[in-house]
Write a protein of this length. Structure first.
Length: 144
């Protein structure tokens, strides 16, 4: 089993989210909580709080990008065979609606061929508490 996935299963959602922020401190800005993590899928949530707001009082675009990269990155890690590496090389985003609630961010890599090398496109969507998609991203990951 992938070491990261084993750690997730050992620690659980909240503790794993905190552990990730110790390894990559920037992710602590959104105080993430994992809801699910498995090969080909990750779901991360974060609370709508003042620290992630923009000047109009909604969730800041970069907070959504941060959560998207976290979900896509951890999913990529657990989807690759042990010893393989990845690095994000691009991100395309669309802001579909004002994000006014807690966020649920989903990376679904079910259609990605994780055995290949080179660039792959990883889709990520963010949803508000009513299930409305407020953000979508495609993150290009270079797999090695």
């Amino acid at each position: 089993m992938n070491q990261t996935l084993a750690l997730y299963e050992q620690l659980g959602n909240e503790a794993f989210g905190k552990a990730v922020t110790q390894i990559a401190p920037y992710f602590s800005t959104i105080a993430p909580s994992f809801t699910a993590l498995r090969p080909g899928f990750a779901e991360v949530s974060f609370a709508n709080r003042r620290e992630v707001h923009n000047h109009i009082g909604t969730v800041h675009a970069i907070a959504l990008c941060n959560a998207a990269e976290l979900a896509a990155g951890t999913m990529t890690t657990v989807s690759l065979a042990e010893g393989r590496e990845w690095i994000p090389v691009g991100m395309s985003v669309q802001y579909l609606a004002k994000a006014k609630t807690d966020m649920r961010v989903v990376a679904d890599g079910g259609a990605v061929d994780w055995s290949r090398t080179g660039n792959v496109e990883v889709p990520v969507d963010a949803f508000d508490t009513e299930g409305r998609r407020v953000f979508t991203a495609t993150i290009t990951m270079n797999l090695r």
